[in-house]
Ligand binder design. Structure first.
Ligand code: ZN
Length: 261
């Protein structure tokens, strides 16, 4: 006798009802097992920083004795703040890297063009800035953004920064396969300017920068007045200390030449 028939006799309920419960429970169990494996496969970032640096797939900062620093700006371009930041960079002869959001780039092509013409580097920071997404959706966003940038400047970016700096090993594999290098930032140089911590605090963090470091700022995604005000002070200060501000690609080229020596 089938298990369902035994149970229906025992509990005096129709076999059909039991069948439905049986199917439902099986489905729930399958989903639970499925999501367990998916989480394990996709959410893991088990490989070390050293592994990724040696593979050349992610950069945080570089080892160098040259007095260079890479300024990076995420989440723009923004009509007001990006323009003001570009003015300041021009004033101090500084180069920077802008990790733009595709939909913002599409809305502000003249700013993208200005960043490009003033010889800063333009990099990819997804199309809609999703906090959580799947790998196929992420790759689509990266592709979309690069297409927008290619249409505006005639160039496709080679660098990508994940949203919130969050990544998994599987994500890096897909991004590397698509031909992008992932750019993080020096661990001690997250200005957290998006939290509007005060100009003084931003300045204090930036002032701890050393040779080969990558500093994280935001030029879009909210009120960035404090970022602009902090830059007015840190750019001349670091310049006075002898630093030159380079793009991420320039930083990587210097790293490459150091390795070859
Ligand atoms: Zn961002």
């Amino acid at each position: 006798m089938h298990i369902l028939q035994i149970l229906s006799l025992k509990y005096n309920v129709g076999c059909e009802v039991l069948k439905k419960i049986y199917v439902f429970v099986t489905l729930v169990l399958l989903l639970a097992v499925g999501s367990f494996f998916q989480t394990n496969e996709e959410a893991a970032a088990n490989r070390s920083r050293q592994y990724y640096e040696e593979a050349g797939q992610i950069v945080w900062d570089i080892n160098t004795e040259q007095k260079i620093i890479a300024l990076t700006f995420d989440d723009g371009p923004h009509k007001v703040y990006t323009s003001e930041i570009l003015d300041l960079l021009a004033l101090h002869g500084a180069k920077a890297t802008f990790f733009v959001i595709g939909e913002n780039a599409k809305k502000n092509p003249e700013l993208v063009m200005r960043i490009y013409e003033e010889e800063h580097e333009i990099a990819n920071h997804t199309y809609t800035h999703p906090i959580k997404t799947t790998i196929p959706k992420l790759m689509k966003e990266i592709e979309q953004t690069s297409e927008v940038l290619q249409n505006i400047t005639g160039h496709t970016p080679t660098l990508f920064r994940p949203v919130g700096g969050q990544y998994t090993d599987a994500m890096i594999d897909a991004i590397a396969e698509a031909g992008y290098k992932v750019v993080m930032w020096s661990w001690h140089l997250d200005t957290e300017d998006w939290k509007e911590p005060g100009v003084k605090k931003i300045i204090r963090i930036v002032n701890s920068a050393k040779e080969g470091d990558v500093i994280l700022f935001h030029d879009g995604g909210g009120n960035r007045r404090q970022t602009v005000e902090a830059l007015k002070q840190v750019l001349p200060e670091l310049k006075k200390q002898g630093y030159t501000f380079v793009t991420i690609s320039e930083l990587l080229a210097i790293q490459q030449s150091t390795i070859q020596k």
